[in-house]
Design a protein around this ligand. Structure first.
Ligand SMILES: *Cc1c(COP(=O)(O)O)cnc(C)c1O
Length: 362
């Protein structure tokens, strides 16, 4: 049977390391996307054991799971604007902090809160470059006006979300400056901004001066960042060798016959393929020529460095050979002491993993 095994100890270790780095600044743990693939509840439980009390979601269901499972006092922030009446009411029932990123959302939430004779706690979202939700920095006068006009909104925070924190320092610094200008202008107008937060994992790790008084961390918890860190990947697929055989010289394996045996070769077949998230990544669409060029160069570098996919069998990293199939792949096990049924582990990001149960281990 193939499972996705998550090490509780590695996850707890990452959380402790991130907490130490955050110092007195609270971590708002992001558990969106089904807890980055680990499951909202199992992830949140480990976070909670490590003292995390602030959570971020992007779906009503995620907030429900938390509130239904003894996360009754924790802060929960909905990271996106919500404009569906039913969803807003449900989120207010669940005491979730809403995001207000436009005049329209502000009015709707204010109106719904008024109808409930309630006050909705919200954080304002400023759009410094991501271009999804949020007031533009130029709309500062309107933002300031909200504090006085919306009688049923309790504005307890303000945030922005960087679009290039992992790869563009100059742009990130510009976006941070634009954000802080808005924060300063609100303070200058005599209003309390509450929690000021802008860092995702990449910005948190790279720019300590941007931590403000809250940070929103997701991928760092899982220990998989696109640059080198001291964090540990928390999960991997655990499977077994379903077949071990010797292909005669000249024989091929996999679609398109991309690999051909130069000599008689002992191979193993494992039931893991791209369907399960193996060798899948969330590459942005390559719309700009220079991005295409960069991607081609990085592919070439990988080729030259022979950074190929591997599977861990009997303590050895064995190279995957041929094309990874939908549900299977082949591994060269020449000289490796292994037999049918032996265990194998495969590095797959929990963000992409699917089709196998996620199991938390000590
Ligand atoms: C997903 C998300 C985060 C967390 O991003 P990571 O890079 O996974 O740390 C933070 N803020 C917002 C608004 C997000 O959508």
């Amino acid at each position: 049977m193939t499972t996705y095994a998550v090490s509780r100890e590695m996850l707890a270790g990452n959380i402790r390391q991130l907490k130490a780095q955050a110092g007195a600044v609270p971590i708002w743990a992001v558990v969106k996307g089904d807890g980055y693939g680990l499951g909202v509840l199992p992830l949140a439980e480990v976070l909670s054991e490590e003292g995390i009390t602030h959570f971020c979601v992007t779906d009503v269901k995620e907030a429900e799971i938390l509130r239904d499972n003894s996360f009754t006092e924790d802060k929960i922030l909905m990271l996106r604007s919500v404009n569906d009446r039913g969803e807003i009411n449900r989120l207010l029932d669940l005491k979730v902090i809403l995001t207000v990123g436009s005049e329209e959302t502000a009015r709707l939430v204010d109106q719904i809160a008024a109808e409930r004779a309630d006050v909705a706690e919200v954080h304002l979202k400023i759009d410094t470059g991501m271009g999804r939700y949020g007031f533009l920095p130029e709309q500062i006068d309107r933002v300031i006006a909200l504090y006085g006009e919306m009688k049923h909104l309790a504005i307890s925070g303000i945030f922005t979300h960087f679009n290039c924190a992992f790869n563009n320092e100059k742009l990130t610094r510009q976006e941070f400056a634009a954000f802080m200008n808005v924060v300063e202008a609100i303070r200058a107008a005599g209003q309390e901004t509450g929690v000021v937060h802008c860092c995702n994992s990449a910005a948190f790790l790279k720019y300590p001066e941007m931590h403000c008084n809250g940070v929103r961390l997701g991928s760092a918890l899982l220990g998989r960042m696109p640059f080198r860190t001291k964090l540990h990947p928390v999960g991997c697929a655990v499977t077994q060798l379903d077949e071990v055989r010797t292909l005669p010289a000249g024989h091929t394996t996999g679609y398109s016959a991309l690999w051909k045996a130069k000599k008689d070769t002992r191979i193993a077949i494992i039931p893991v393929g791209w369907y399960h998230g193996f060798r899948v990544s969330c590459q942005p669409e390559l719309a700009r020529n220079r991005d295409c060029l960069r991607a081609a160069l990085s592919a070439l570098k990988q080729l030259l460095r022979k950074k190929k996919a591997t599977v861990m069998i009997a303590g050895k990293q064995c190279p995957v050979i041929g094309a990874v199939g939908m549900l299977h792949c082949a591994v060269d096990v020449s000289g490796v002491d292994c037999k049918c049924g032996d265990p194998a582990t495969v590095q797959i990001s929990p963000l992409h993993v699917k089709g196998m149960p996620v199991v938390f281990r000590a």
